[in-house]
Design a protein around this ligand. Structure first.
Ligand SMILES: Cc1ncc(COP(=O)(O)O)c(C=O)c1O
Length: 368
């Protein structure tokens, strides 16, 4: 199927070529000064200097779980309404997933359901930002504090989102972002982990590169003699990816502004369409709008008809509890049932021309 209007687009400015060439031919392409520069830019943008760039958001989630000391038999409360990348790292650490239900008007994890699922084995909560819209972070962090549990935000969809006057990246113990190809900004592949505490940040810095201290002054024999206290990963970002990230960051404000303007237009156009229900967003937070999700009764029919008209629409993520790898954790999730039966995402991003937005509106409002 050839789509005229796609759900995603890779953002790659031509201006990246010159700095990229310089880095590629510089004689240093591993984790070095460009990574540090990118981290400084990200830290200033978000307002949190405890940032670790990594090779993916999946790595960021796994590293965050390690920093929470999640291990064999521990329980992690999470949502099934997400990308499998949110939950596969829990299995990688031999821990158990406990699904909490969601708010069916936003797609985000429900704090009341989280509270009902806490046991003395609960080590962490993963709160994912569906489509870029922040979950109830205040309520979630209050519950976590009460029970001594850590909060990890999966903000893969939410770079640039805001909650109660602050950019996402400041509210919980750990916040994970994705710079994968089709996200707001990309480093081809990449991610970042923002930590609340200096202690977690310092430990994370070691664990992202085999547990070895790269800042160690004595490099006489490639750090061979330094004792490694705790096993780590090869999760770090390199200077080539960071060079792309530095260039991409010059465009982030425009990308977010255009996403939000497009969604404003779409919301206004569908306001009086009684076949469509819009998600219900509060005004104490600002979505980064990676996805524009609507609720519709006969979504399979809608999908077929929209695809025939050249407009790509999709649920984007399958509910995770449907996968065999997660089958032992299945439980009743009535609001996931409700949301998943009606939700579908339609194109809305920064790349759409005005006439394309008009075509989407006309196709949908004239009865698809
Ligand atoms: C919600 C969510 N979490 C995590 C990820 C993983 O991101 P990455 O591809 O950077 O590992 C994705 C990827 O799309 C995602 O949508």
């Amino acid at each position: 199927m050839e789509y005229k209007i796609t759900l995603f687009k890779v953002h790659m400015p031509k201006s990246v070529i010159k700095p990229l060439k310089n880095t590629l031919l510089s004689g240093f392409i591993g984790q070095g000064p460009k990574v540090e520069e990118f981290e400084n830019i990200l830290g200033n943008y978000i307002g949190n200097k405890y940032v670790l760039t990594l090779n993916s958001c999946t790595s960021a989630i796994q590293l965050a779980l390690r920093l929470c000391n999640v291990g064999f038999g521990d329980e992690v409360i999470s949502t099934a309404m997400t990308c499998t990348a949110t939950n596969e790292p829990i299995l990688a650490l031999d821990a158990k997933i406990i699904w909490a239900d969601i708010n069916p008007t936003t797609g985000n994890i429900d704090p009341k359901s989280i509270k009902n699922k806490i046991t003395n084995k609960t080590k962490a909560i993963i709160a994912m930002h569906w489509g870029g819209y922040p979950p109830d972070l205040k309520e979630i962090n209050i519950i976590a504090k009460e029970y001594g549990i850590k909060v990890i935000e999966d903000a893969a969809h939410a770079f640039g989102a805001e909650y109660q006057g602050q950019k996402i990246g400041n509210h919980s113990d750990f916040v994970c972002f994705s710079f994968q190809a089709i996200k707001h900004i990309n480093t081809v592949d990449g991610g970042a982990l923002f930590c609340k505490s200096e202690e977690d940040y310092k430990r994370g810095k070691l664990l992202r590169w085999y547990g070895i201290d790269r800042e160690e002054k004595d490099r006489s024999d490639h750090r061979l003699e330094k004792d490694i206290k705790e096993y780590g990963y090869k999760f770090h970002m390199n200077d080539v990816c960071a060079t792309i990230g530095i260039e991409q960051m010059k465009f982030i404000d425009k990308i977010l502004e255009k996403n939000r303007a497009n969604i404003n237009t779409l919301n206004n156009a569908f306001q009086n369409n009684n076949k469509i229900k819009l998600l219900s967003y509060k005004n104490d937070r600002l979505s980064a709008y990676w996805l524009y999700t609507i609720l519709i009764k006969n979504k399979d029919d809608f999908k077929t008809k929209m695809n025939e008209k050249g407009i790509m629409v999709s649920p984007v993520h399958a509910r995770n509890d449907s996968h065999t790898m997660f089958q032992e954790f299945r439980c009743e999730l009535p609001n996931v049932d409700k949301f998943y039966s009606e939700m579908i995402c339609i194109p809305s991003g920064w790349w759409l021309k005005n006439e394309e937005i008009e075509y989407i509106i006309k196709t949908i409002n004239e009865g698809w």
